[in-house]
Structures are given as C-alpha cells and as structure tokens.
Design a protein. Structure first.
Lengths: 434, 304
C-alpha cells in the first residue's frame, strides 16, 4: 500500500510540475472557449463592418434600408449588433437595372480601390419587384459564403416589399409592422415528472462541450501514461521498480496518480468555468444559448461519476498499449484505431442527444467502454431510468477491473520483454503465463 | 551460514532454456561472483532471485524470505541502469528508499552521508539528466544501498566506470562485506571478480559449470600455469611441445602446461633465445579458468 502510494505521489508530482500540465490547464479552456465562443461572436457581430450597395429598380425602398437597423433590432437581436453600411442607389425608371448596377459591380471587383470605397456586396432589386409575384433579387458578393449578409439583406428587402404591397392595398405602415411581426419559437422539454427543463438548440453544443471535457483529459492522460510506461521501459527504471513491488502495486499507483492529475485539471477547469460563467453566461444568452440551464446540481454528480469511469477505462486501455509496445511510434499505431473506436459516442453526439431514449442510445449507454460517456449524455438531455444508470456504472466497474488485471499481467511479462512488439497470440500467452 | 540458496532453477523463453537447472548458495557476509559470458543466463537468474520472473521450476530460498516483503531486503542494481531523468537527485533517492519501505529523517541523513562519500554533495539539487553518466551510476548505486539491504545484488556494477571510480566501487564492496553484508556480484570482468570474490559461480549456457570458493577452484586446477617475463621475440614458445596454450603479450607470456610436462624444459628452451626476467609457476588466473571451461566449448562450436 505504501509503495503504491509512493508511486502515486511520484507520478502526481511529476505530472503537475510539467510545463505541459500548467499550459494545458490555462490554455485549454481559452482554446475551447474560443472554439465555441468566437464563432458565436463572429456570427453576432457579422464579421466586422460590411459595405454594400443596393441598386433599387423600384425606387421606393430607400426608407427600408435607411431605417433597417431599427427594424431589425425589433425583429431579431442577433442582427442588431452587427454593422452594415448600405449605399442606396436609386435606379427607378432605368430600362436596364443590371446596366445601372454595372459601376457598383466594378467597384466591388476592382482591385486598386481603397477600403473605404470598396464594396463587399451588391444587391440588385428589379423594377417589377413590387408587382410581380415571380421576381428575382440578385445578390452579388465577393465571398461566395457571405450567407449572413445575404440573409440580412434579403429579409430587409422582403420586409420592404411586403410593406409596400400592403400599403398599396391601403394598410398603413403601423398596421403593416404589426402584421409582419413574426412569432419567436422557444423550445421546452418536458421531463417525465412533468417539470419543464433544459431543451433548445443549445443541447447539442452543451453535449459536445461536456463530452469534450470528458474525452480530452482521458486521451491526453491516456497518452501520457502510455508514454510514461514506454519511457520507463526505455529508461530501464522499471527493473528497479518491479524488483521492489508487485506489478499490481506499480500499475495501481501509476494509474491512480495519473487519474489524480486529470481530476486536478478538470477541477481547475470547472472552477475557472464557474468564475467565467458570469461573463460567459451573459454572452451566451446574447447568442441565444442559455448555458446556465444545464448546470443543475445532479449534472455535477453524474459528471463526476461518469468522468471517473470513462477516464479509468480509457487510461487502462492506453496502459495496455504502453505495456505491450516498445516505442511511442509502435504504440501510436496500435492505439490510433482503438481511440477512434473509443470516440464513437462523440461522433454520434448529435444522434444520441436528439434521441436519448432510442435503442441505439440505450445500447451504447449500457455497453462497456462507450457506457460512461453515452450515459452521461443521456442524463444531460433526458431522464433515463435509474436502473439504466446503475447497470451502466456496474458494467464500467467490471470492465475497469478486468482491464486492470489484464494490464497488470501484460505489464509483468511485457515490460521486460524488449525487442519487437508482441503479436496477438503472444499477448494471449502472456496473459496465461503471468 | 547460507543466506541464499538457489536450487535447480529453470527458466525457458520460447525455445531457449535461458537458465537450465542452476543451483548455488551464497554464504552470509561474503562476496559471491556470478560469472559468465554475455547471454549465459546471469541476468535471468538474478531476475528470478529479485522476484521479477518466476522460475518455471526449482526453488529460491533464503531464511525469512516469507516474512514481510522480501523485496525490501534486497538491494538490486540492474545491468541496464535507469533513473527518472527529470527528478532531482535527493527526490529520486527518497523515492527509491520509499519503495523499499524506508522514509523519514533517517533516510535524509543517510542520503547526505552517501552523497558526500561519492562527492556528489553539491549535485543534490541537480536533475538526474544534468549529471554525467558516471555520476548517474553512482546515484543508482546509492539508491541500491540506501535501505541497508541484507543481500546486495549488483549486475555488472563497474561497467562504464572510469578506473578511479572502479577502485571506488571495489573498495566500497569490500567495506560492505566487512560490515557483514552479503553481495552477489554478476560480472564478466574476471580480473575484478578475482580481486573481490570469496566464492564464484560460473554459468555457461544456463548451466553452472564451476562453483565453490575461489581458492578451492584455483587449487583444483593445480599449479600448471607459467608466467614468464622476458626480452626478445617469444612467439616460438607457442610451438613448444610442453605448451598447451600460450597468451603472449609483448614481453610477457602466460602459459598453460601440457599434461605431465616439465616446466624446466621450457625454461631451458627459453634461456637460449630470450633474456628471462621472471619465471614463475602459479595457480591459473580466473580468466584462464574461464577460458579453460568455456572457451574450449565455444571454439568447438565454431569449428563444427
């Protein structure tokens, strides 16, 4: 026991003192935050200021574009914060609207132009737009994927056209605004107990985020323990170690030590997250995501349980790989396909989260290896029966115990078997031998 | 008194019988040299004694082996050295003591003493990877001795050491022996074994081919070795009928006599052609015994 603790202590201290640990602890949340937050900001800010020209063949829509910001604010928060500078060009009476648009299009494509006068996009509204029901508004842009600008201009234009058509039929502007006001859709999920909770499009993102928080430490520290074992083999430290204790003591110390490093890191992240939650929460809700609604107390309990189970499962798998290989390269080749398989639930987050009680989700959540992550996802978005949770936890514990034994055996034989990587039959023999 | 007895131990790896029925005993308070060529089975034997491998058959016994963790009473310096390179010297030594069940202020004091003795006092806070190879070896040797083991097992302790450090280690081992510790010393350096060992066990291809106290072993080979120092070209000595084998290096020759031949005849032959400075009939060196026992076998194998 004391020897196991000595190994645990050494592993832990060696781990948390590494630069990599400190950098990861500080940088990863920023990175993860960035990955999810920056696109949200970008979307809401519209990727900076855009200058667009509207060539209006009808000649009546100037007002629409002039007060567009006010209207859009009233209708959609997301559009309000971005800025778009619209140049209005009245092309009423011009026989060929496209010809009238020519100078603008040239300005858009010309290369020497100063930023100020350069156009990002041009929208051409044909003269018959108000009368005909079959009309095509053309949107030219330098970037094929400038969907946000396109959507905004399109909705403004349509609102303007609608308002005018209504006005022509004798409905005044105020009435028109009321008629055109669209209803918001708010998603609410009903749990079995009838209580309202969670829900919404944010589910997927929250699921990805939280399962990411599950996986990354597991993979990072799994790799770490794999490298550690190989390094010990290459440094020959291991001979001193296993002449001083049983392989089981050594392995337990190593795995728990590494597990503690991961837990330290995740705890640090959660603390940082809860500090940041105040700021982020505001920003996220601005982006239409209420992250706070996921953070109910049971979630933390489930997170802790399933994180530890997932972590130990993965770390054991990596330890087996480390014990049976002689170089990082060999081990990487061995582990790459296995880790893809282990990540399967992550690739299926979308399916699992939208159908948390489907037979696929239930099967995954009760299976070894995939269980912890899938089960956690299910608790996040639905109310799985308690016995599902209990079975899932039990399956995981059995799996981990089994892996632990296998690893200890391979460890004893494999760790001193320098030379080539063992074949599967050899591994099998080692299992029976030790 | 025996402290360790190895009986009919066998270890097979695949088709190779790495250790094939090895038996020997180690007496308390002595240095026993475990000798043999590379691959003879020395390291595998040691790994079974230290509990890394289980023997396929046979037994390894020592008084009190079953009391507590027998591993704590062994100090083992593996042939392939290894230390955690990122740790500093004192931390590493504390860890090595801890996995042998020792901790607390006594260990720290003991570490200080050892470091001073090996002139590593000012390196105590250095990382292991910053030390020279020789110093790393010294650190590992300290780690082997720190918990005051009853049985010290050293696998090639002097390989890679410079002459000064070799003497340092040799003196240390003698000192430990004088303190009453028991040492099992695996080496292929016959000269070193000869200087230190009380008993020897010679292993060849997994089998013990020779064992016993060094004096006995040498005695049993009789006085059939001639040491001649001379001036002149001594190559003709090889061809004399009384000479079975001759090792001639510049101006000295170590000659194994053919059975029943008279050394006097060699002296007569030599006197005519060489200027003799030393002519001595002696017991064979360990190296000769080694070649006698193992070399012939190997040569035959090469011939066939």
């Amino acid at each position: 026991m004391n020897k196991m603790l000595a190994v645990l202590k050494r592993e832990y201290l060696a781990g948390v003192r590494k630069k990599m640990f400190i950098v990861m602890t500080l940088i990863f949340p920023l990175f993860l935050g960035g990955v999810f937050y920056i696109p949200i900001i970008m979307m809401s800010k519209g990727l900076g200021e855009k200058t667009v020209a509207v060539v209006d063949g009808t000649g009546v829509l100037q007002e629409t574009y002039a007060k567009s910001d006010d209207i859009s604010k009233a209708i959609d928060d997301r559009e309000a914060s971005s800025s778009m500078h619209i140049e209005y060009i009245d092309a009423k009476g011009k026989a060929d609207v496209d010809a009238a648009a020519k100078p603008s299009l040239d300005r858009m494509t010309e290369t020497g132009a100063r930023d100020k006068s350069k156009l990002d996009a041009v929208l051409v509204v044909p003269a018959k737009a108000l009368d005909s029901s079959d009309v095509e508004v053309k949107f030219y842009s330098r970037s094929a994927a400038d969907i946000i600008t396109q959507e905004r201009l399109a909705s403004m234009t349509n609102r303007g056209i609608h308002a005018h058509r209504l006005a022509e039929r004798g409905i005044n502007a105020d009435e028109a605004t009321k008629i055109l006001a669209s209803a918001k859709v708010k998603s609410v999920q009903l749990s079995k107990s009838g209580e309202e909770k969670k829900g919404g499009g944010g589910n997927l993102i929250a699921g990805l985020l939280l399962t990411g928080l599950f996986m990354f430490p597991s993979f990072i520290y799994g790799l770490e323990i794999m490298r550690g074992i190989i390094q010990e083999k290459n440094d020959r430290v291991v001979e001193v170690l296993i002449s001083s204790m049983t392989p089981k003591q050594l392995l337990t110390g190593k795995i728990l030590g590494t597990a503690l490093i991961g837990l330290t890191q995740v705890t640090a992240w959660l603390l940082m997250a809860s500090v940041a939650a105040g700021f982020l929460g505001a920003a996220a809700s601005e982006a239409g995501m209420n992250l706070v609604r996921f953070l109910h107390p049971m979630m933390f309990v489930y997170f802790a349980i399933f994180f530890i189970l997932a972590y130990l499962t993965y770390v054991c798998i990596y330890a087996i790989a480390g014990a049976s290989c002689n170089s990082d390269k060999e081990a990487q080749q061995l582990i790459a396909p296995i880790s893809m398989l282990m990540m399967l639930p992550w690739f299926l987050v979308g399916v699992l989260i939208t159908n948390p009680d489907s037979s696929l989700a239930v099967a995954f959540s009760l299976a070894p290896i995939f269980g912890p992550m899938t089960m956690f996802l299910r608790t996040l978005v639905a109310d799985p029966p308690l016995w599902h949770i209990a079975v899932s936890v039990a399956v995981s514990i059995v799996t981990i115990t089994l892996f632990f034994r296998v690893t200890a055996k391979i460890f004893r034989v494999g760790i001193l078997a320098y030379g080539k990587r063992p074949t599967i039959p050899e591994l099998w023999r080692w299992l029976k031998l030790a | 008194m025996e402290i360790l007895s190895v009986r009919d131990v066998v270890k097979v790896f695949g088709d190779v019988r790495a250790v094939d029925g090895v038996s020997f005993t180690v007496r308390k308070g002595t240095i026993t040299g475990l000798l043999g060529r590379n691959g003879a089975g020395k390291t595998t034997t040691i790994r079974m004694i230290t509990g890394i491998f289980f023997p396929d058959s046979g037994s390894i016994a020592w008084p009190g082996k079953d009391d507590g963790d027998f591993r704590d009473r062994i100090g083992y310096l593996p042939e392939e050295r290894g230390l955690y390179k990122q740790m500093n010297v004192v931390e590493l030594l504390l860890f090595l003591a801890e996995i042998k069940g020792r901790r607390g202020p006594d260990v720290r004091k003991s570490i200080d003493r050892w470091l001073d003795r090996f002139e590593l006092g000012e390196k105590r806070a250095s990382k292991v990877e910053e030390l020279s190879k020789g110093n790393q070896q010294k650190v590992q040797l300290i780690g082997t001795l720190l918990h005051e083991p009853d049985l010290i097992i050293l696998d090639e302790p002097q390989s890679g050491l410079d002459p000064v450090n070799m003497v340092l280690v040799r003196n240390l081992l003698r000192e430990l022996k004088d303190e009453g510790r028991t040492i099992l010393l695996s080496t292929h350096m016959m000269g070193e074994a000869e200087k230190m060992a009380d008993d020897i066990v010679l292993i060849h291809r997994g089998k013990v081919v020779l064992g016993g106290s060094l004096d006995e072993v040498r005695g049993s080979f009789g006085k059939d070795t001639l040491h001649i120092d001379f001036e002149g070209d001594g190559e003709f000595l090889r061809d004399l009928p009384e000479v079975r084998r001759a090792a001639i290096v510049s101006n000295s020759a170590e000659i194994t006599l053919a059975e029943g031949s008279d050394p006097q005849r060699i002296l007569e032959a030599a006197m005519g052609r060489l200027r003799i400075r030393r002519f001595e009939l002696a017991t064979p060196s360990l190296e000769e015994i080694f070649i006698e026992k193992v070399g012939a076998d190997t040569l035959q194998e090469v011939a066939s």
